[in-house]
Design a protein around this ligand. Sequence first.
Ligand code: NAD
Length: 331
Amino acid sequence: MRVAIVEGDGIGKEVIPAAVEVLDALDLPIEKVPLELGYGKWEKCGVAIDEKDLEILKSCDCVLFGAITTPTDPNYKSVLLTIRKELDMYANIRPIKPLPGLVGVTGKNDFDLVIVRENTEGMYSSIEEIHDDVAYTKRVVSRKGSERIARSACKLAKDRKNEITIVHKSNVLKSDTLFLGVCREVAASEGVEYRDMLVDAMAYSLMSYPERYDVVVTTNLFGDILSDMSAALVGSLGLVPSANIGDKYAFFEPVHGSAPDIAGKGIANPIAAILSMKMMLEWMGYEREAALVESAVEFSIKENITTPDLGGSSSTSDVGKLMADHIRNNL
Ligand code: NAD
């Protein structure tokens, strides 16, 4: 397997080396292909990602990615949107599951849900216009895009509780009338139980009763917001991993961004990046190794070797090193 390793910007340069240290401890036949992309590259070369980078990404089986700074400069084209579209990775899978011994804002730890976010259209269509007094962003929802994300959610649901919650705003947005209708059709044809929730009511309900949900499927922007919000349910944005899956490629990244407020301080929590690497191992079929990575994460929490966001005083690299040692001792 060939894996492109993209650290990106800010804390990406800290959490990805920690995840790679843990990966290396597993001693698997994986070829790592380092690639520089992002704002740092844009500052140096005037381009954040080019055709050659896309070719390298496409020559790999998958990507392990840190985070990228996206400036508000209208001339800057989002690297992530480019990659997700070019590699057509339409399903963004974001598990929200508390780790043993940790709780978030609600104090609850009896839930285990997954947000399945459509990744290629919706408000992130990139069809935009900005003028002096008005700006437009076109929200695109297609039958094809809705159908394939609904199928991804149903596939996941069949290995879990066989139910999905479709999140939308169809009382206001016509595009969501299509999304909701297609998701219902797909769920019915797949034999998966379904219900639906308006996104505003869902935001409240998720924070109050996360245990009521299992697989949640929604459009691009709603999924982005609900998943960052749900990070508060598990205790830190630094704990939530994600996978972007298409029919051909896959891309694994923490949900968090480049966190310029803490970048360079060595205190970023590497667990989201390490659990994203664990999702990569599962995708590759290395189930036993993935379980070992999860046990290493649980071990670091049990030993209280954690970064300050979890109340600890360890550094990003201390946490990575402890987990790598744990894996070597238990291989
Ligand atoms: P952010 O996710 O970078 O940070 C939000 C808050 O969470 C900050 O206070 C930060 O310190 C904290 N945080 C994030 N990750 C953490 C970790 N691993 N450990 C401890 N604390 C952590 O969001 P932001 O500040 O809104 O965005 C910063 C930059 O990142 C922006 O340029 C944004 O566009 C970009 N961004 C990139 C991605 C991505 O590459 N996938 C995702 C979101 C935001």
